[in-house]
Design a protein around this ligand. Sequence first.
Ligand SMILES: *Cc1c(COP(=O)(O)O)cnc(C)c1O
Length: 499
Amino acid sequence: MTYSSAAPPSPDGSLDPDDWTALRAQGHRMLDDMFDYLGTLRERPVWQAAPAEVRAGFHAPLPRAPSSLEAAHDRFMRDILPYAVGNAHPGFMGWVHGGGTAIGMLAETLAAGLNANLGGRNQVPVEVERQITRWMRELFGFPETASGLFVTGTSMANLVGVLVARAAAMGRAVRRAGVAAQETRLVAYTSACAHNCIAQAMDITGLGSDALRLIPVDDEFRMDVSALRAAIAADRRAGLRPFLIAGTAGTVDVGAVDPLDALAEVAADEGLWFHVDGAFGALAMLSPALAPLLAGIERADSIAFDFHKWGQVPYDAGFILVRDAETHRAAFDASVAYLSRETRGMAADSPWPCDYGPDLSRGFRALKTWFTLTVYGADRLGAAIARTCEVARHLARRVRAEPELELLAPVALNIVCFRYRPAGNAGDGDRLNADIVLAVQESGIAAPSTTRVHGKLAIRAAIVNHRTSAADVDRLCDAVLRIGAGLATVSEREPHPIP
Ligand SMILES: *Cc1c(COP(=O)(O)O)cnc(C)c1O
């Protein structure tokens, strides 16, 4: 029996089916297909380019008439599922993407069924989000006064962090007057290796990305603290107003952790807001072995991070934790009649999530996070995080052992940057390494990416997925060596023109 929404509409005119039995059977098939997908990931290529016909299929006109759920599901299995970026696959190492879990998928299904709107009001789903905040206070050693909020990702969480820091520096008045009305310009500090979304946050808030100082890094790609102090002093002399230091716990290129304790010290001395971009790295706190690397994070005024990266929660699940809820609210709360509060009934239980960020309607991201933390437990998630670092160290050892490979940066956490360097090849190493990465991606064996380290193009493997094992990074290495040898021979015969 198949479920067909092309069947006569239900007599009450709603979108619910007449026949729940058929829908139920089809729903179970859909769920089974996803269990099969997750259970057989290794049998698939990590990634494959979509044929032009498949893309062309998504240029269809708006469908006016219904069609069956079964047909839409078949279409998903045939034309969508095989052509995703592949971050659930253990061979995916290209970017800092989490792998997700079946538990997270099931929780997301429950959340979608409930269809709760987490903007606010008197409901337990909001309490579940507060439970996550309470757990994160505990994890990061934050006080009872700390607030937390789910957002899309760390890009948004960093933006919220900058807005709260701005409110802390200028008070609520800045929200009405705007930054243009300020006499002294606010300036912020981050490392030269920080994620670009911090500059983007400065841009979006109207503070301007020019007002973000990119402080140089040391040999291990960590912010140079004396350069930071010097930059703050120079800005003060120039009549500017330093207000924010944004440290990074786990840089996107090489996984470096800024000296957070020293940054906290500078922020305290100078009276600045101390924000930490811990997009993936902050959850290293779940591993007792890794947590000491983040010493000083407990002194932050705000921490931005993602449950969807190292936390393995399905996309999207970004989070911002702020030490002082009142300052947090000062950046966002508003009094408008349609959001008025009561002490009982459905408008009770204030403050609400919408008082802590720009979103009013919000989904139930907290549920998949609650399920993930509850079902696996913090220790097991921490162990999975620690294992990705072990796998990265295994890859680094392999790179050091292979004469054709060269390690380009120290491996602080889970990211390995290396390069193929054939003996006696004087050609353009950057082009060769870029071509190797493209060919490995197209082979479907593994999905590395590229970045630049000390000006050199690097093959970058970020081990974030809990499924990735030592054997998977060995397969990546083997593929790089094999493809590299092939390409290097070709380029000896037909050398790339030197620009
Ligand atoms: C991934 C990442 C971001 C951006 O987070 P999104 O969740 O993709 O918005 C910011 N900073 C760092 C260090 C990251 O790794």
